[in-house]
Design a protein around this ligand. Sequence first.
Ligand code: 1GP
Length: 233
Amino acid sequence: MSAPWDEWDHIVKLDPDKELVDGETFEDVCETGTDAIEIGGTLDVTADKMQRVIDACRKYDVALYQEPSDPTVVVDDDALDGYLVPTVLNAGDLFWTVGAHKEWARLDEDLAWDKTTLEAYIVLNPDAAVAQLTQADCEQTAEDVAAYAKVAERMFGQEIVYVEYSGTFGDPEKVEAAADALDETTLFYGGGIHDYDSAYTMAEHADVVVVGDLVHAEGVEAVQDTVDGAKDA
Ligand code: 1GP
C-alpha cells in the first residue's frame, strides 16, 4: 500500500514557538511548492501554539501533519492529515524511544491509530536540542547508520527512517549509507538545508528533505530554492 510520503520530495517543518519572517504569512509558506507541512519543535511547544499554526495552514492545499514532541501537545483536529511521531533509535533516554509513546497510549483512549506513523530517528548532531534532550549517542559511523536503518526497516517494520542533523548540514555519506540500507522504507533527511545545492545534495540520497530553521530565519524565497533542489535531484 502506498503512503503519502512515497510521493514527497520536500517538507517544511514549522516550529510553533518561532515566528515567520516579517511580512510573510503561512499562506506564503504553503505556496512554496513544498509537499507537506510538519508542525513540531523540540522546546517550549504547547498545544495552543500548535493549534495556532494548524488554524493558519488549514485552508491551503498542502498536506498537514503534526509532529508531537510529547503526548501533552497532541492536537485533535480534522485539518491534520496525520501524526508523524518521532522515536529516537539512538536515544540514551528510553523515554524518547518508547516511553513517551506508552504515555500517549495510556492517556488517550481514542488515539487515532490509522492517522499515526512513527519516524525512526537517527540523531547525529550532538549540539542540537533534540540530541541533548534525548541524550542521543551521536558517535555513529556510516556503517552504524546503515545498521540502524536496516534494523528500523527489517526488524521494527518502520515506514520512515529520519536522519536528523537539526541545525547543521550533515555528512552526505551517512545519508547515502542509510539510503543504500533501505529497500521500501522512506528516508527523510533534515538539518542545515539552506539553498538549492544543499537540498540537491541530500535529495540525491534521501527520498524527502526536511527544511526547518530556514523558513523562520530567511523566509519563503530561500525555501523555494530548496524545493527546486529537492525536486531536481
Ligand atoms: C529539524 O530536521 C529538521 O527537525 C530541520 O533541520 O532546522 O536545520 O533545517 P533544520
